[in-house]
Design a protein. Structure first.
Length: 118
C-alpha cells in the first residue's frame, strides 16, 4: 500500500510539473514549460480571444487535473484480475494516462468553450 501511495505521489508530481506543457499542446495557446516562461506567452494575455480554457477558467484546469489524478489513482489502486500487472507496469500506465486523460478532457473542454471555432 505504501509503495502504491508513493507511486501515486510520483505520478501526480510529474503531472504537476508538465501540466502546463500539455496545456500548450492541447490548446496551442503558447503555454510552455515552467522553466521556459510558463504562461507568459499564453493567448490569455491577448486582448481578443480565443483564450485558453485552462488559463481563462482555472476551475476547468482544476477539473482536468483532478481527472488526471483520479485516473492515475484508479490505475494504481484499482482492483486487479488474477494476472494483474505489477506495480512497475501500473506506474508506467499511470504516467502514460496523464497526456491521454489531459488530451481527452482538454478536447472536451475546448469544444464546450468553443475554443477552436474562433
Amino acid at each position: 500500500m505504501r509503495k502504491k501511495a508513493l507511486a501515486l505521489a510520483a505520478t501526480i508530481g510529474v503531472s504537476s510539473i508538465f501540466f502546463i506543457d500539455v496545456c500548450g499542446l492541447v490548446f496551442g495557446c503558447g503555454c510552455r514549460s515552467l522553466w521556459a516562461g510558463a504562461a507568459v506567452a499564453c493567448n490569455i494575455h491577448h486582448a481578443a480571444g480565443p483564450h485558453c480554457p485552462w488559463c481563462a477558467h482555472p476551475a476547468a484546469g482544476a477539473v482536468a487535473f483532478a481527472a488526471i489524478a483520479l485516473v492515475q489513482g484508479l490505475i494504481l489502486f484499482g482492483p486487479a484480475p488474477q494476472r494483474a500487472p505489477g506495480l512497475p507496469r501500473r506506474f508506467a500506465l499511470a504516467l502514460l494516462s496523464f497526456p491521454v486523460t489531459a488530451g481527452l478532457v482538454g478536447t472536451i473542454q475546448g469544444i464546450l468553450w468553443d475554443y477552436w471555432s474562433r
